[in-house]
Every structure is written in structure tokens, then in C-alpha cells.
Design a protein around this ligand. Structure first.
Ligand code: NDP
Ligand code: OXD
Length: 321
């Protein structure tokens, strides 16, 4: 390290994402903070902030002057996958851009199921002209949102505008305007009985891993305009048991699913999910982290923190999200 690399370098540690666009935005937003893709050794003193998506395990452990870790996603399970994480604050993405993208995805998929998209696409493939004359109104459908955080609350508000009834489930009790809310283990059963379409926007933690399983699907209500419930998971793949999802579809406990996230990504070509007629798949594309929206506020936080301001959008390590 030379004098040209003072003690304010950013370590950009990405797995599976191209660094170029992040490097470009960081160079514009933080011209006085050199960015490196690799530390100069495990105890590099020049690095004060790390910006990460699935950083290599133990990469951050020995950096003596690291002040905070910035996750490039709203979810931070990828950060905690590193069991050698230093004890510094972790900041996650909370951004109007990301939130708007997720709400678009939720509204798109809820409407697609509500307006019989999968059925009409299958009919088109067979050149069948057959209208369902008993299409229910949005107000006859309740959308249950698992996870009433930054993303869940915005999606709820946008679904309400379209006329859907909305219920929601969170870890701690919450009041959200226009939403029937449930919380904790005791609230889960009544929540599952409250809705027709379930939208999952939970973080992956030790409490939520594999929560979307056979037992949960059998507790969902079977009546209502859609017959059996619809599941939309845009949270994390680790929330779901994919074998149980396929069984629930085949046994009629679920009528259809949309999955954006998977236990293993990319989804293996041999997975039966790819070809199941009741499954819609998107490639972890519900809400992309966009450098041009995220980097400027991230660097502003670094600058403010260096001047003594507290960090915002911090992860609660004990809760895991
Ligand atoms: P938040 O932390 O703001 O909200 C999380 C919500 O989940 C909170 O309401 C929280 O409850 C609830 N929750 C957490 N643990 C439990 C539990 N054990 N039981 C019941 N409720 C629980 O997160 P965001 O809304 O910003 O993001 C949610 C998730 O969306 C991310 O963690 C990420 O995995 C996923 N995501 C996926 C993307 C994609 O492209 N597919 C893009 C962005 C995010 P409480 O309110 O009580 O804290
Ligand atoms: C996120 C994601 O967590 O893109 O933001 O999955």
C-alpha cells in the first residue's frame, strides 16, 4: 500500500455479480475512496467499509479498521453465511427503487393468478377460446403477506389500491392501515386461514428456514374463489421445501405457485418445478439491486458515519435480519 491508498478504501466483495457497474458508480460517488476487489492481505489496514454480495467466507474477519459492512441486498442471509464475520455493524438495502420493483412483481403475480393468466396461456397454446364467466372481483380475494417489513408493507398498500383485501403476518405485532395483521407463532394459524393468495416476503433466518412446508400448506384455507390457495415466494429459497410444494400442488393443497427464489440457485435443470403446469418461475429477478440507485445513498452513509453520524438500516444480528 502506498500513500495514494489512505485508510479509507472500500472493499467490493461480490460472488456471482459482475463488479464493473458497481465500480463505475462507486468511482463517481466516492472519488476519494479507492475501491479494491481484494484486500492487500488478510489484515489490510486500509479498508474501512466493505460492500458485499455473498462475500468469500472469512474475507472480512481480520480487517482491523473495518467500520461497517454494506449488504448489496435487502436480505442479509448471504452475509451471515460467512461464519467468520467480524463484529461490526451491517447495513442492508432499504431503497425506494428496490421497494417499487418488488411491489411491481407482487402486483404482477397476484393479478396474473387472480386474472387466470396461467389458464389462458395454456388455452392459447391449444388455441382454445373459453372465457371464465365467473371471474371474481379483487375485493373477493384476500392476499396474505408473510413479512410486513419494508417490502411487505408497500406491496400491501399497492394491492389495497387495486381493491384486494390484505392480511399480513410478522414476528412482532404491527398495525398497518387497511391490513388485518397477525403476529408470531400464535398468529400463524389464524393468518393462514385468512387468505387466498400468500405472498412471502420474509427474510431467511434460523426461525424461518423451511417454514413453507407441508404442515403450513395444510393449514391454509381451502375455500374461497380460487379453490385452493396460491403461493408466491419472492423472499428466499431457503424458506421453502420444494418437495413439499410439488406434493401440495399434486394433492390440491395449493392451486398454483410462483417462485422467484430457490433452495439452490440457479434452479437445477432436472427440477420438476421447471415443467410443472402449476408453477411459474422467475430467476431471482423480483427486485434487482441497481447500482445507479443504491451506490449514492450508500456512500452518503459512509461519509456521514465518518463525520460521526449513526448508521441507518442496520441489521439486528440477534434476529438475523
Ligand atoms: P424487513 O426486515 O423490512 O422485513 C422483514 C419482515 O419479516 C418483518 O415484518 C419481520 O417481522 C418479518 N419476520 C422476520 N422473521 C419472522 C418470523 N420468524 N416470523 C414472522 N415474521 C417474521 O425486510 P424487507 O421487507 O426489506 O425484505 C424482506 C426479504 O425479501 C429480504 O430479507 C430478502 O430475503 C427478500 N428479498 C428478495 C428479493 C428478490 O429479488 N427476490 C429482493 C429483495 C429482498 P417484524 O416486522 O416483527 O420485524
Ligand atoms: C435482496 C435480493 O435481498 O436481491 O435484495 O435478493
Amino acid at each position: 500500500m502506498t500513500d495514494a491508498s489512505p485508510k479509507r478504501r472500500i472493499l467490493l466483495a461480490l460472488t456471482g455479480w459482475q463488479p464493473d457497474v458497481w465500480l463505475k458508480e462507486l468511482a463517481v460517488a466516492a472519488p476519494d475512496r479507492p475501491v479494491t476487489l481484494e484486500p492487500d492481505g488478510a489484515a489490510d489496514p486500509s479498508i474501512t467499509y466493505a460492500v458485499v454480495w455473498k462475500q468469500r467466507p472469512a474475507l472480512l474477519a481480520g480487517l482491523p479498521n473495518l467500520k461497517a459492512i454494506f449488504s448489496l441486498g435487502a436480505g442479509v442471509d448471504h452475509v451471515f453465511a460467512d461464519t467468520d464475520l467480524p463484529d461490526v455493524p451491517i447495513v442492508r438495502v432499504v431503497s425506494p427503487d428496490l421497494t417499487a420493483r418488488m411491489s411491481e412483481y407482487v402486483v404482477w403475480q397476484v393479478l396474473d393468478h387472480h386474472r387466470l393468466g396461467p389458464r389462458y396461456r395454456a388455452q392459447q397454446a391449444e388455441r382454445i377460446w373459453e372465457e371464465d364467466r365467473f371471474q371474481s372481483a379483487a375485493s373477493a380475494i384476500t392476499v396474505g403477506i408473510m413479512g410486513l417489513g419494508e417490502l411487505g408493507r408497500d406491496a400491501a398498500a399497492k394491492l389495497r389500491v387495486l381493491g384486494f383485501e390484505v392480511s399480513g403476518w410478522s414476528r412482532r405485532p404491527k398495525q398497518v392501515e387497511g391490513v388485518e395483521t397477525f403476529a408470531g407463532d400464535e398468529g400463524l394459524g389464524p393468518f393462514l386461514a385468512s387468505a387466498d393468495i400468500f405472498v412471502v416476503l420474509l427474510p431467511l433466518t434460523s426461525d424461518t428456514r423451511h417454514i413453507l412446508n407441508r404442515d403450513l400448506f395444510t393449514q391454509m384455507r381451502k375455500r374461497g374463489p380460487l379453490g385452493a390457495p396460491v403461493l408466491i415466494n419472492a423472499g428466499r429459497g431457503g424458506l421453502q421445501n420444494e418437495t413439499d410444494i410439488l406434493t401440495a400442488l399434486d394433492e390440491g393443497h395449493l392451486s398454483a405457485v410462483t417462485l422467484d427464489v430457490f433452495e439452490q440457485e440457479p434452479l437445477d435443470p432436472s427440477s420438476r418445478l421447471w415443467t410443472h403446469p402449476k408453477v411459474t418461475i422467475t430467476p431471482h429477478a423480483a427486485a434487482t439491486s441497481v447500482a445507479s440507485s443504491l451506490v449514492k445513498p450508500m456512500v452518503a452513509q459512509m461519509d456521514a458515519h465518518d463525520r460521526g453520524a449513526p448508521l441507518v438500516n442496520l441489521v439486528d444480528r440477534s434476529a438475523g435480519y
